[in-house]
Design a protein around this ligand. Structure first.
Ligand SMILES: Cc1cc2nc3c(=O)[nH]c(=O)nc-3n(C[C@H](O)[C@H](O)[C@H](O)COP(=O)(O)OP(=O)(O)OC[C@H]3O[C@@H](n4cnc5c(N)ncnc54)[C@H](O)[C@@H]3O)c2cc1C
Length: 410
């Protein structure tokens, strides 16, 4: 049976492309479908893209295991060594440094398209079949989990396993009728590239205002990527301001910490919603990345969780494939669901708790919160544990997320 098995990944964003690479490296023939593949032979634009992600060390290890990391370093990225978080309503603050966990860096800031393109370059090197199309319909073939997909160009495909990686509004998830719980965070995130007057000092900065967190994330050449999460009403106002007025508001909201701020790009606005599907798997089907879950960007975890999904599904399915089991079998796929669903739900609960804790303006709450931040900043062993988990050096990690793991095939 193993020789005839194949997988189709629907959606070639960062998570879908990583999933396709990981499955191919497990020896499973894969086809990747996306109507908007990245252009691979274009030179790097001089301006930074406004969609940027903070990648954990676990994500770096996954991208290294997949053989995509070198393409990223050949393009551009910004390591960060420190993180500084403080409360706008008081004097509570917490500072994290790579030295606290004996690491040179806590993570990396990379433009999303750079990560996606690197993975597609690796897919090309691995001779993965890619199709520029979208899925029109999906139907089961028999009872063993095999599915037939019809594409919008009329082509038909069959697969033992179909993986939905087609983003937060996943058309495939809708076609399959998979239920999803969602909760509006009542926040819109404004993103832009800016140049502050002072050096960002290789630090990821975040100030918690009562309306939401404002992050300045370091980029090369002294630029920063901002993620300003605030109420939808304030976001509308901020989006409508001319650059100069926006710069003034931004500098004030950041308490002038990095001096005056100059905006160097268009602004983007993203309404934030928490989503979590009721099930990650069905016979012959699995969901990964934003197709399965979306989370508030305040701790920059969305794509990091998605890359862990990608490495985990490949590990589970790769092991079944080696044992000549059916890779679409529900029992096999349930291992992936048990592994990832609880971890992702825990991260979502933590983000919701953070968001509501920092939105309180009542004096007793702000006092306790500020004391808590100061106490945690001094509680070295606890702080170290939190950091090791946050950067992805602790926890129930797939092999590819561990340092020095070598993928089976290259
Ligand atoms: C403001 C903001 C800041 C963020 N910052 C961070 C951060 O610092 N760190 C972090 O880890 N995460 C962050 N995130 C989250 C992160 O951006 C997402 O989790 C990540 O982009 C999801 O990747 P994905 O591949 O699952 O989905 P997507 O990037 O949405 O990719 C989906 C892919 O599916 C394709 N597709 C769509 N429809 C079809 C179809 N019908 N058929 C085939 N293909 C289809 C699309 O073309 C696309 O390529 C942030 C999010 C926001 C909004």
């Amino acid at each position: 049976m193993a020789m005839e098995q194949s997988a189709v990944v629907v959606g070639g964003g960062m998570v879908g492309a990583a999933t396709a690479c990981a499955l191919q490296l497990q020896g499973i023939p894969v086809t990747l479908i996306d109507p908007y593949p990245p252009v691979l032979d274009e030179a790097l634009p001089s301006e930074y893209a406004i969609r940027v992600s903070a990648l954990t060390l676990a994500s770096k290890h996954i991208l290294q295991s997949l053989g995509a990391w070198d393409y990223i370093t050949a393009a551009r990225l910004q390591p960060f060594q420190q993180m500084h978080v403080w409360d706008a309503q008081g004097n509570g603050e917490i500072h994290f440094h790579g030295d606290d966990i004996s690491q040179p860096y806590l993570g990396y800031l990379v433009e999303n398209f750079v990560v996606q393109k690197a993975l597609w370059q690796r897919l090309q090197q691995l001779s993965v079949c890619t199709i520029k199309a979208s899925v029109e319909s999906i139907s089961p073939l028999g009872s063993k989990g095999e599915h037939r997909l019809v594409l919008d160009d009329g082509a038909e495909l069959r697969a033992s396993l179909v993986i939905a990686a087609d983003g937060a509004n996943s058309p495939l998830r809708k076609m399959l009728g998979i239920e999803m719980a969602q909760h509006d965070y009542q926040h819109t995130a404004i993103v832009a590239t800016v140049k502050p007057e002072l050096s960002h000092d290789n630090t990821a900065w975040q100030r918690f205002l009562s309306t939401g967190p404002l992050a300045f994330l370091p980029l090369p050449e002294g630029f920063c990527s901002i993620v300003w999460s605030t109420t939808p009403e304030q976001a509308d106002t901020l989006m409508s301001l001319p650059d100069e007025a926006f710069e003034l508001q931004l500098t004030q909201a950041f308490d002038g910490r990095l001096g005056k701020v100059q905006v160097c790009s268009q602004r983007g606005a993203h309404p934030l919603t928490q989503r979590h599907v009721s099930t990650y798997v069905q016979p012959g089907i699995a969901l990964v990345g934003d197709a399965a879950h979306t989370i508030h960007p305040l701790a920059g975890q969305g794509v990091n969780l998605g890359l862990l999904d990608a490495a985990s599904i490949a590990e589970v399915v790769g092991s079944a494939f080696l044992k000549k089991q059916n890779i679409g079998e529900h029992l096999v796929l349930r291992r992936y669901e048990r592994w990832r669903k609880g971890n992702n739900a825990m991260m979502m609960s933590a983000m919701s708790a953070f968001k509501s804790l920092f939105s309180h303006t009542l004096l007793p709450v702000t006092l306790v919160r500020n004391l808590g931040l100061k106490w945690m900043n001094r509680a070295k062993p606890l702080k170290r544990e939190i950091m090791l988990n946050a950067v992805g050096l602790r926890g129930d990690l797939p092999d590819m997320a561990k340092p020095y793991f070598k993928a089976r095939k290259s």
